[in-house]
Design a protein around this ligand. Sequence first.
Ligand code: DGT
Ligand code: CA
Ligand code: CA
Ligand code: ZN
Length: 571
Amino acid sequence: MKNREVADILYQMAELLELKAENRFKIIAFSKAARAIEMLPEDITTVCREKRLQSIPGVGKAIAMKVEEYLKTGRITAHQELLAETPPGLAELLQISGLGPKTIFLLHDKLNVTNLEELETAAREHRIRRLPRMGPTREANILKSIQRYKKRSTRILYSAAEPVVNEILSFLRGLDGIEHITAAGSFRRAKETVGDIDILATATRPGEIVAAFSRMPAVQEVLVNGPTKASVIVNDTIQVDLRIVEHRSFGTVLQYFTGSKEHNVKLRQISLSRGYSLSEYSLTRLSDGSDLFFDREEDVYGALGLPFIPPELREDLGEIEAAMQGRLPRLLEQKDVRGDLHVHSNWSDGKATIMEMARAARDLGYEYIAVCDHSPTVGIAGGLSPERLEEKIGAVASANEELDGITVLSGAEVDIKADGRLDYTDDLLARCDVVVASVHMGLQQSERAITGRLISAIENENVDIIGHPTGRIIGQREAYDLDMTSVFEAAARTGTALEINSYPGRLDLNDVNARAAKEAGVRMCINTDAHDVEQLLTMKYGVNVARRSWLERKDVLNSLPHKELLSLLKC
Ligand code: DGT
Ligand code: CA
Ligand code: CA
Ligand code: ZN
């Protein structure tokens, strides 16, 4: 459906018009039409084909013609003209908090500001304070917002948001009058990165809670401060939104603010088709306008005839259809994980001994752990020579004699060299219980070359798992070029598992790829790649990815009991 695209381009036209201080009514007309199309429960293309565009509330003749033009040609002439008339740096200023189109127009009109740099100079030279309705305080605030905008890393890692969420939730739980409280938004959906943190609560005296929230010691800046809602900045760049809502609406509000937007749009369409209009406050029966309130989220889904949909699935990627047909997956849970098949010890670049890693794993309730140190080519990581690996296999055997309640598997993380060969001989690899093969060097090779390297490793009769299969590092390094379909086909054919590396900056494979892998019949393995005892705890981030990938217990190698695992490992 093109509804979203059409709405977005109309929203953008409204903003561009506003930057030009165009006629108010025209601006409102565009944003109203955009909103109506965003909410439209049917496909805009169909509506257009059947010449019913003007029956959409807020869509008149002029906008209908533009929508039709977009659907036919993929562009709107008037939009292109607006873009051409707007200095390219001006639209960016809309992203600076506290700067609306009106102010930007004023700055452009009076000070000839056309981009971020010119805005900053104008503020530093105190030219902004002299403008009508501005003054020194606004000028200083604009400077602060510019600094923050420049520093902002657009999205933060889930693992960086997590301690902030925990700290704020425990702070708020300690206040008098708090009832329900929970994180919503992308954090609740466990996305690998989070734009801002959304927190919802119910409370007897909302004003006091919001005020206490805005005054938390960690707060560096207050962006919005209302009677039931506040937005603040902590840790320099992290925005946290708190909303206090009515108790009777908590279920619908939580559903709404958990998102995703796409999931919500689809759910509203389903509601309409069942005779309801769903909003963040209530479910309204269309026949008589009566409101149904839900303080529990599962009851919202229930009223629509749906089972509870786990937040991790709410991306409009088939979960609503699956829910309607009763075929939602029974998602993997952290407690299903029975071991970690890729950790390092101080035999290579890890910090802890084999015994320390094993005991820590046992404390986590694991049945097994595979200590997979690096191979010689990865010299900087203290890769083990063949002789040292043989010694280590002996050390693992003695560790097992000493240990109760957990089995240490001897393993290797063998480098897949630039020419596709492995860094140990097959004979030596055959003596390891678990072999993880990964690419560490030659990441710039062509798609054909890297795909070939991975496939030859996958086809090796000793390789059990491909480690961090795409090499991406979130926000730092793109995945190398890889023909995923061929990799999945080879992994499925040979029974080689692909890793979900839990290291918070890797999460590789990601949710999209891991789901495609599962659908191609590949088994996944969630590993921490821990280099010390604490890092064993990062398993939960990999479990998040697995859940977002629709994985069930049976899809995950290291949720199998020890015996079944051994029967699946190549040897
Ligand atoms: P983020 O913060 O970019 O990682 O992503 P979210 O999903 O947390 O998005 P955010 O913080 O903008 O809004 C939280 C939720 O509120 C979002 O997932 C769905 C809901 N929401 C926000 N704006 C809209 C909207 O315009 N339409 C709909 N249907 N839902 C919205
Ligand atoms: Ca958010
Ligand atoms: Ca938000
Ligand atoms: Zn490793």
